[in-house]
Design a protein around this ligand. Structure first.
Ligand SMILES: Cc1cc2nc3c(=O)[nH]c(=O)nc-3n(C[C@H](O)[C@H](O)[C@H](O)COP(=O)(O)OP(=O)(O)OC[C@H]3O[C@@H](n4cnc5c(N)ncnc54)[C@H](O)[C@@H]3O)c2cc1C
Length: 399
């Protein structure tokens, strides 16, 4: 049975709905990108950082975190806040790595001092975080880390090269996995909370994507120093700590905050079809287009209903089943929706953002190109399917 909401949770939902309706910020001067990892300008960063500070202050971010770490001290409130932010279509929360990866990992593995020092800034968005897991030779094979951290008194000295570091150009901190022993693959890894901004040995270089955006970066460490006080958990426990991060990154647990800045993708497709032409009539009257949209609407509804299973304990037999299913299906859904949008816009989808004649302000070609990133980020669809097959369904290991 799905757990019914308590009266406090219902009251909180009403409060969240009212607060969001009354406090929605005016749109920024130039439209926001489609996700936090495409933020390039300081104006967008400041706008979104200010918004996150306000929703945190209002108790809609970090609602389930303990009060002493900057949270609201509640249970089951964050899911409600996330739903209300998504429903209201309020701006996205910029500190996605801080909220969804750093804070939950520090909560599990951090010392009391680390929790008090770092979690409040993750929740309020005052300190932006990035993730330093991937390297040129360590993506799907994450344990193949070559970045080395060597102990030097109360510090560690780090040398190496990270890639695809989303938000690295704005981050003050990085969650970093580095190798502290070459003799053990998994047990030779250690997890650090690495200061990025103003750290003399750290260079952040933007990587420009096919879309022209540079939301992610490469980060080079040349004798960069991190204090031992910023080591998370024991030396050699980095793999275990990273698994906690990945569980949250792939959505296994309720994240600290949510929010989106876009209309529902199906509504957006319908609007586009109403304003596009096919065979001399509006595309919304074309049976093939209508059928294609309905097929995606069915998937959207399926995803929504599938997510509700998380609230029914008897349906959550394996902790990774639902999050991995949702990760694979929702990212592939985003790709199919973007592809359909490009099809419906037809030749006009060659008009790019900021072209005044581009339908939907150039959203569709941008969403289409970016949609390939989401089936790769946080582990590729192939890797998620392997994990689902082997660990959730118990199938024999692939070669
Ligand atoms: C938009 C975006 C944002 C990102 N942000 C960050 C970030 O902030 N921080 C960070 O650390 N990383 C980030 N990444 C990196 C991401 O985690 C890696 O790209 C991902 O894990 C894949 O690694 P790779 O690119 O090295 O590909 P590879 O691991 O080299 O894989 C190449 C291809 O081989 C397939 N493959 C590999 N191994 C197997 C296998 N065992 N079975 C079947 N198929 C396999 C993969 O599915 C893929 O198709 C980001 C990536 C993207 C696209």
């Amino acid at each position: 049975m799905e757990k019914a909401r308590t009266s406090e949770q219902r009251e909180f939902q009403e409060y969240a709905r009212r607060w969001l309706a009354e406090n929605r910020p005016p749109p920024p001067e130039r439209p926001l990108p489609s996700s936090p990892i495409e933020i390039m300008t300081e104006a967008h960063r400041d706008y979104l950082q200010d918004w996150q500070a306000r929703v945190h202050e209002a108790g809609l971010v970090g609602a389930d975190y303990p009060v002493e770490y900057g949270g609201g001290g509640h249970t089951g409130f964050q899911r409600i806040a996330n739903q209300e932010m998504a429903r209201a279509g309020t701006p996205m929360l910029i500190n996605i790595v801080g909220l969804n990866m750093a804070a939950p990992t520090i909560l599990v593995h951090g010392t009391e001092e680390q929790k008090k020092r770092f979690i409040p800034g993750c929740l309020s968005g005052q300190e932006i975080w990035c993730q330093g897991f991937s390297e040129p030779g360590a993506g799907s094979d994450m344990a193949n880390q070559q970045t080395m951290a060597v102990r030097d008194g109360d510090n560690w000295v780090v040398n190496g090269h990270k890639v695809w570091t989303s938000l690295g150009h704005f981050a003050q901190w990085m969650i970093l996995i580095a190798r502290t022993s070459r003799h053990h693959k998994y047990d030779g890894l250690t997890y650090f909370l690495m200061p990025i901004e103003g750290n003399a040995g750290v260079t952040v270089r933007p990587l420009v994507k096919i879309t022209g955006e540079s939301g992610f970066n490469e980060v080079l460490f040349e004798d960069a120093v991190v204090p031992d006080a910023c080591r998370l958990d024991e030396v050699g426990k980095g793999w275990t700590v990273a698994m906690t991060t990945l569980t949250h990154e792939r959505g296994a647990a309720e994240s600290a905050g949510g929010g989106g800045n876009a209309a529902h993708p199906i509504d957006r497709l319908v609007d586009l079809a109403r304003n596009s032409w096919r065979d001399g009539q509006r595309a919304s009257l074309d049976p093939v287009t209508r059928d294609a949209i309905v097929q995606q609407a069915i998937v959207a509804e399926g995803l929504k209903q599938n997510a509700r299973r998380a609230r029914v304990p008897a349906l959550c037999d394996h902790p990774m089943r639902l999050p991995l299913q949702q990760k694979v299906t929702s990212t592939e859904f985003a790709q199919q929706v973007a592809r359909l949008g490009v099809d419906i816009a037809g030749a006009r989808s060659t008009l790019y953002k900021l072209d005044p004649a581009a339908p939907d302000a150039g959203h569709w070609p941008l969403a289409y190109m970016n949609s390939y990133g989401v089936t790769i980020a946080a582990g590729t669809s192939e890797i998620q399917r392997n994990i689902l097959g082997e660990r959730v369904l118990g199938l024999p290991k692939s070669k």
